[in-house]
Design a protein around this ligand. Structure first.
Ligand SMILES: [Zn+2]
Length: 270
């Protein structure tokens, strides 16, 4: 699934850039959408589908990455980014090899990052190790390293740091694995946001980071709870099965719910 194209959903005009070079200066025309951007990283088609469903009314433009390699590119090397940096350096008369180029490139790159950054990144915890590629240096595995290709590994941890470096303001790691089913879900127990009563909120380079376990299902629009038949009530109590929503559960992470808690710091629902 690693080689799937990332998909952009939302207004097509987002982030169209064109560069008009004339002599020594270049004019960068930029058209930005006012919509905030969210990146969901998950290798499972079910959880990708639930991202489209549970984030459709979130007000965010959704991009989905299906694995580590694709996420790396979208976060640290998005389309047009380095060209943009190069163009700006060109306006100062700085070219590769000239004294002071690298220092200036670092400064310009750090400043321009925020224009390309996702506001929010929501990321799976366990994803398969991508195969070696000759195209890049993202995962330069040799014969020993290639033994891990295809194995599920906790890539959610390093992706927290990549997302923070990319300039994302909020990052959530969301796994559907319960602490009974996987050791890397179990080790999240003390830091997981729901279970730690809100203490599990971390800041890395100004980016808010939280972890969410065991979020495997969501209440789907257009469905009817089989217990309460959609009324939301069980005799005179709130329906226990659907929590009063009247809808039925569907397999797939509730990214919308994780987004809400990541952003709001409101107490978790019971
Ligand atoms: Zn119900």
């Amino acid at each position: 699934m690693e080689n799937q194209e990332s998909e952009r959903e939302g207004p097509p005009e987002w982030s169209k850039r064109s560069t008009v070079a004339a002599g020594n200066f270049a004019l960068v025309i930029q058209k930005e959408s006012t919509m905030k951007k969210i990146l969901v990283i998950d290798d499972s088609a079910i959880h990708q589908a639930s991202a489209r469903e549970t984030l459709k009314d979130s007000g965010y433009e959704l991009t989905i990455a299906s694995g580590y390699r694709e996420a790396y590119k979208l976060l640290l090397n998005p389309d047009g980014f380095w060209k943009h940096v190069e163009t700006e350096l060109g306006t100062r008369g700085l070219k590769w090899g000239v004294k002071g180029y690298q220092e200036a490139a670092r400064e310009v790159a750090a400043r321009l990052r925020s224009e390309y950054a996702y506001d929010v990144v929501l990321c799976d915890l366990l994803m398969p190790c991508p195969p070696h590629s000759h195209d890049d240096s993202v995962m330069p595995l040799g014969p020993d390293g290639e033994k891990f290709v295809g194995q599920e590994m906790p890539f959610g941890f390093p992706l927290v740091f990549l997302a923070a470096m990319s300039g994302a303001r909020h990052v959530g790691v969301v796994t559907d694995a319960s602490h009974h089913n996987h050791p890397f879900s179990a080790v999240l127990d003390p830091v997981e946001w729901y279970r730690s009563n809100g203490a599990g909120k971390f800041t890395i380079n100004g980016t808010v980071v939280k972890f969410f376990q065991d979020g495997g299902r969501y209440l789907a629009d257009g469905t009817v709870c089989p217990q309460c038949k959609g009324t939301g009530k069980d005799s005179d109590h709130e329906c226990y099965t659907c929590g009063g929503a009247g809808k039925d559960w569907k397999e797939g992470k509730d990214w919308g719910n994780s987004l809400q808690y990541l952003l709001s710091d409101t107490p978790p629902r019971p």
